[in-house]
Design a protein around this ligand. Structure first.
Ligand SMILES: Cc1ncc(COP(=O)(O)O)c(C=O)c1O
Length: 434
């Protein structure tokens, strides 16, 4: 007997309204409607309770409605909401704080509102600074849904029938080692995904490359992690070819991978670091970290945004950093991530449908296949698992180049007890497939 029959009556009513008035172009989710949440627990409008493995979409890193976060936002809302580009104490002190904790070459911070706006600004500034127009990105990559970000997408779904996309965008294979684009064996491939980049450039570039943009791990493509050292080698490639390096940490930052910023795993020095999602932990905000020598090229007014760096977002973002400092969330992400990945890898060994479990910190992907030999993607089996998890009180969602990967990305405040309980649910559901 499932714990809940879903959707409950109130959820069903709101889902019907959503179909009627919202057009149905948002992503597929489990069949319930969120009412409120606290820490890693969610309650739906019918009173059913779930453990959250989504953090929205890797957003609420400090936990849902953390009291310090809520209080900081409430106080700021009552004081000042938007003075546009006038500096505010909240904005300038936050910029200082971010500059101090990001890689040392990054000494300037430009605040915007969404991840797409941050990646778009990085590419725009790279073009303006270098006077060149080409951007290299990677198969499977996702950088948002605005014009340039969409042109940099490495997945057809992001740009299907929106063509023609911007010219000057060049793409190269990303090391998706579970499904090597060259059908080579990981570790014995001679780092083909990097050496191939030279051929891509020789065949496609007009000789005007402004920047390379990559995620540290690919999020939308299914939590795909490149082999250790690959990002360092890519950064060196950029330096040797005199192109700027954009490391898109919209998703990977704020403790998600077990370090505050994913760049720290290999001590990287990107020229641009777009940040989003966890930065506001639920309040819309984003930032682009870059170098003052780059910012110095711009005239007054070239970089501005109506709601970027507004005091409410900055107060929320300050509170997020306070919570990271006080509650040691980066360490908890590393520790709980290790435990959960271990549990899920044990499950992989027992299940005939769980082809791969990979991750770092609290970003873990569970890739479902019809057959472990052929690795044929199994989105239908994955959806069966996701929908059954909902009826057992576990909230999770899907990603993946083939739409067959469950994302395991709880708020970083998850306790050992909640990690165990949620892994127990997933284990029962996956083994129940037979
Ligand atoms: C790596 C990466 N870059 C950019 C974006 C776009 O962010 P937003 O949806 O806030 O515009 C996302 C969102 O999923 C992302 O994962």
């Amino acid at each position: 007997m499932p714990k809940y029959n879903l959707p409950g009556p109130k959820s069903a009513e709101y889902m019907k309204m959503s179909d009627q008035y919202e057009g149905g172009a948002t992503s597929r989710q489990q069949p319930f409607v969120w009412d409120h949440a606290e820490g890693v627990r969610i309650w739906d409008v019918d009173g059913n309770e779930y453990i959250d493995w989504t953090s929205g979409v890797l957003v609420t890193n400090v936990g849902h409605c953390h009291p310090h976060h809520v209080e900081a936002i409430q106080q700021q809302v009552a004081r000042l909401m938007n003075p546009y580009d006038f500096p505010t104490p909240e904005r300038v002190t936050y910029a200082k704080r971010l500059v101090e904790i990001t890689p040392p070459n990054l000494d300037a911070c430009f605040m915007v509102t969404t991840g797409s706006e941050a990646t778009e600004a990085a590419m725009r500034m790279a073009k303006r600074f270098t006077g060149k127009h080409e951007i290299i990105s990677f198969y499977g990559g996702f950088h948002g849904r605005t014009g340039m970000a969409m042109a940099a997408a490495g997945k057809q779904g992001t740009k299907f029938r929106y063509g023609p996309t911007l010219t000057g965008h060049i793409q190269s294979p990303f090391p998706y080692c579970y499904r090597c684009p060259f059908d080579l064996e990981p570790g014995k491939c001679g780092n083909k995904c990097l050496s191939f980049l030279d051929l891509v450039v020789k065949t496609q570039s007009t000789g005007a490359i402004a920047a390379v943009i990559t995620e540290p791990y690919q999020g939308g493509a299914g939590f795909i992690f490149p082999p250790e050292g690959w990002l360092t080698q890519l950064q060196t490639w950029c330096q040797e070819h005199e192109v700027l390096f954009i490391l898109d940490e919209v998703q990977a930052s704020f403790g998600r991978t077990g370090k505050m910023f994913a760049a720290e795993h290999e001590d990287l020095r990107p020229n641009f670091l777009p940040l989003g999602k966890g930065i506001g932990s639920g309040i819309p905000t984003s930032a682009l970290l870059t170098e003052k020598r780059i910012m110095a090229e711009f005239e007054r007014g070239e970089a501005s945004s109506t709601t970027g760096g507004n005091p409410v977002s900055c107060a929320a973002a300050h509170a997020v950093l306070d919570i990271f400092e006080k509650e040691n969330l980066v360490e908890n992400s590393r520790k709980m991530g290790e435990y959960m990945k271990g549990r899920l890898q044990e499950l992989q060994a027992k299940s005939k449908y769980l082809g791969d479990v990979r991750g770092m910190g609290l970003v873990i992907g569970m890739e479902f296949v019809k057959d472990k030999e052929t690795k044929e993607p199994a989105p239908e089996i994955m959806w069966q698992v996701i929908d059954t998890c909902a009826t057992e009180g576990l909230c999770c969602g899907a990603v993946g180049f083939y739409g067959n990967v469950i994302r395991v990305a709880p708020p970083l405040v998850i306790s050992q007890a909640d990690a165990e309980e949620s892994c127990d649910i997933m284990e029962r559901v996956v083994l129940g497939l037979g």
